[in-house]
Design a protein around this ligand. Structure first.
Ligand code: HEC
Length: 267
């Protein structure tokens, strides 16, 4: 075989490598089609401090876990890598870890009990705007749940499932061993709502890779200490305390993941 032919057959081989079988349409539940026969019996849900209305509220709602049961998880997806993506009518999206939805009870509310007979919702003030949570609003009755792990999106229209490495594509490591993968799974569960990596993720805290990776200017031995207990480093920090939530070994995996991203910066 000539070099030329060899090259062509190699290219052919590479192109024929099996592609990961990502569905293009992620498994989705269209909330506009929800009713008590295809979803679950509605329940009365009490919230002691609603972050949108800033007061105690009572809603009619479907349990989130029941809606999730109606969404088939493809066999190729591991549930610890999965996110629930909530989409609002204007296209706004927010995500949370799939498994967190089974440790705390969330509810998809469709009616405010304080609304008058012919209305389902009361308006609220959002900055200077007058808004409504209609058609659906995600609420969490348990007191004091972290909002960065348990979001309260309103005007919801659908719930879908996606792997974190697809939804937060640029933040996902292309080259990873088991510990780096675990680090990314943890990061997308606990950190990404506030921090971006490769500009993918939240904006409450600083970006951790662009232009400098956190490990390029933060002492490595201090990094895990900071992640576990940020207030031991900075008074009044907005970064939550993770010592009681994440083990020291898991924090090491998060650090492995963050360091890996140093060699995978987006341009
Ligand atoms: C509720 C939002 C929030 C969450 C969740 C959060 N952080 Fe932070 N983090 C911050 C903020 C805000 C800062 C910046 C300044 C400060 O208050 O210290 C910060 C600072 C940092 C810093 C120092 C960055 C610098 O350049 O000073 C690191 C590293 C960090 N966070 C890592 C993490 C990791 C890893 C997780 C997940 C285990 C996480 N954070 C979760 C808000 C958050």
């Amino acid at each position: 075989m000539t070099n030329h032919r060899l090259f062509i057959s190699l290219v052919f081989l590479v192109l024929n490598l099996p592609q990961p079988a990502w569905p293009t349409d992620w498994p989705t539940f269209n909330l506009l089609e929800a009713n008590s026969s295809n979803t679950a019996k509605p329940q009365t849900v009490k919230v002691s401090h609603d972050p949108v209305y800033k007061t105690a509220k009572e809603y009619q709602a479907y349990p989130l876990a029941e809606i999730l049961k109606k969404i088939t998880v493809p066999d190729s997806l591991k549930t610890d890598e999965l996110l629930i993506v909530f989409t609002s009518a204007d296209g706004y999206q927010v995500s949370m870890a799939y498994r967190d939805a089974f440790t705390e009870q969330g509810f998809i509310a469709f009616q405010d009990n304080a609304a008058m007979e012919n209305k389902h919702w009361l308006d609220f003030k959002f900055g200077k705007q007058i808004m409504t949570p209609a058609p659906f609003y995600l609420v969490w009755p348990k007191k004091d749940l972290d909002e960065w792990r348990y979001p309260w999106p309103f005007q919801l229209i659908s719930v879908s499932l996606q792997p974190a490495r697809v939804y937060f594509g640029a933040a996902a490591p292309a080259h990873a061993d088991a510990r780096i993968n675990n680090g990314f799974a943890l990061f997308s569960r606990y950190c990404i709502r506030c921090h971006s990596v490769n500009l993918s993720g939240g904006k409450v805290g600083p970006e951790l890779n662009i232009p400098k990776n956190i490990s390029e200017y933060f002492k490595e031995e201090e990094l895990s200490g900071f992640i576990l207990n940020a207030s031991a480093y900075r008074a009044g920090t907005k970064m939550p305390h993770f010592e009681s939530i994440i083990t020291a070994r898991d924090v090491q995996d998060i650090v492995h993941y963050l360091k890996q991203m140093k060699s995978e910066k987006v341009q």
